[in-house]
Design a protein around this ligand. Sequence first.
Ligand code: FES
Ligand code: FES
Length: 177
Amino acid sequence: MPRRDESSTAWGGRVPLALRVNGVDRVLRLDSRVTLLDALRDGLDLTGAKKGCDRGECGACTVLVDGRRVNSCLTLAVMHDGAEITTVEGLARDGVPHPVQEAFVEHDALQCGFCTPGQVVSAVALLAEGRATSDAEIREWMSGNLCRCAAYPNIVAAIRQVASAEGPPPTTGGAAA
Ligand code: FES
Ligand code: FES
């Protein structure tokens, strides 16, 4: 029986994928089963987004897809051809940390730091969505990001500080799953 060439099968074949990641156009050829998280970490060496649970429970893998929060472990990379992806590596501007990153440092909103990239990316989106009008609202809309170190009070304090400094957002948008 001839050996099966996996690379030529529908499942093993690679498909081209174009993404704009942190403002840079990137082209990949991927197995169609690769998740967005693995494409970012293994294909593009962007290891900020973390693989905590790999099944949509912890939020450590949160990235923005066209501005919306997404658990990147739960979605296939090929589903996002042409999309704009923002990871934690893309939040700083000209070497200056994003205000949310600065607030996390100021409020000591982390311990081990494993969940922190996902928390920060999620918080940036939360603020853009206009969902940080109270501590209860922050807790509710950050509830998809778990922290085993239980840094929650400090995380809320950091987000509250940025929300207070920014004032009400100009528009409100929906949150992604
Ligand atoms: S690694 Fe994606 S939700 Fe946990
Ligand atoms: S800081 Fe350790 S899991 Fe959140």
